[in-house]
Design a protein around this ligand. Structure first.
Ligand SMILES: [Zn+2]
Length: 305
């Protein structure tokens, strides 16, 4: 908690009332404050003030009680806001937002002010959407950041030179490199899997290159149309099960043929679709037919729930 002090210090301000509880040197009661940044303890003590001096102690009805010698030495003291010693209200600590507004103190507003903000990622809805399957989304996120532990990535980590990663090729086709670009979905095996599912997601015209697939999905990233939601589910499921199959072959003797993987992907997506609701549209019948779904999942409102 103490390490957060530097982050929150500039946000905690004092709304000055009668000045009786505000520490004049340390509290932030004016833009110039804290005065401790310009006045050392020695300077403060030399003129008879103490470190515990309150705001009401450096002010009387005629004005500030700063020593005369400070007026030339610390001209910024002349910029300090005035306050009324006879004010009936007490000093109060308040939160000042990063935009400089006094706002209601709350964990949400405080977090918003102290967190490091980044520009919004345009494709975030492509992998994190209400109908997404979390474990598939996580793999998609890793693929987009090229963070899966493929052999080409591992090779970059291996600085000792002891392991020969050149000997390790794709466990799916035994010929291409074990890399993100190859696995999704330029590999001969992955390509056959993709060809087996893409028609169901209305992506017949999309090639098996990841850049083309990603480009298509980002083009409809905010669409709530049923077919666009399906395309996100199908691509995520394909990527997940191909990565899963790659690992099975690499670490066990188990293997599935490409048509078996197609069936696993389609049945997984179909199961998900059965739990959703679709808005009635001109494409509804085609989607029901394509995925052999019950008519009960079509609803009149636009909630895909
Ligand atoms: Zn391959």
């Amino acid at each position: 908690m103490l390490s957060l002090r530097s982050h929150i210090r500039n946000h905690i301000w004092t709304n000055v009332g009668n000045g009786k509880t505000t520490f004049v040197w340390f509290d932030k009661w004016d833009e110039v404050c804290p005065l401790f940044s310009i006045l050392t303890p020695r300077i403060i003590a030399n003129v008879g003030f103490s470190l515990e001096t309150k705001l009401c102690d450096v002010r009387d009805r005629d004005g500030w009680r700063w020593p005369l010698m400070w007026s030339n030495r610390f001209p910024m003291l002349g910029l300090l806001s005035d306050f009324n010693l006879d004010d009936a209200t007490h000093d109060k600590l308040v939160w000042k937002s990063r935009l400089g507004n006094i706002i209601e103190f709350g964990t949400a507003s405080v977090w918003d002010d102290i967190r490091v903000t980044q520009p919004e990622i345009q494709w975030s809805n492509l992998i994190w959407f209400p109908q997404a399957i979390p474990r598939h989304s996580f793999i998609m996120w890793l693929i987009i950041h090229k963070k899966l532990k493929t052999q080409d990535v591992m090779c970059k980590w291996n600085t000792s030179g002891n392991a020969n990663f050149n000997l390790m090729c794709c466990s799916l086709c035994s010929s291409g490199p074990d890399s993100h670009e190859h696995l999704f979905f330029e590999c001969g095996y992955a390509s056959r899997v993709w060809d087996g599912v893409k028609a169901k997601a209305d992506m017949r015209a999309i090639s098996n290159r990841w850049s083309d697939i990603f480009g298509h999905l980002t083009g409809v990233v905010n669409s709530k149309k049923a077919m666009h939601v399906i395309s996100r589910l199908v691509v995520s499921a394909s990527a997940y099960f191909i990565w899963n199959e790659r690992n099975r072959r690499l670490f066990t003797r188990k293997r599935r043929e490409h048509d078996q993987l197609v069936n696993v992907i389609l049945s997984t997506v179909r199961l998900k679709l059965q739990s959703m609701k679709f808005k009635q549209s001109i494409h509804s019948d085609r989607i029901l037919q394509e995925w052999t779904l019950p008519r009960g999942i079509i609803v009149a409102d636009d909630d895909y729930g």
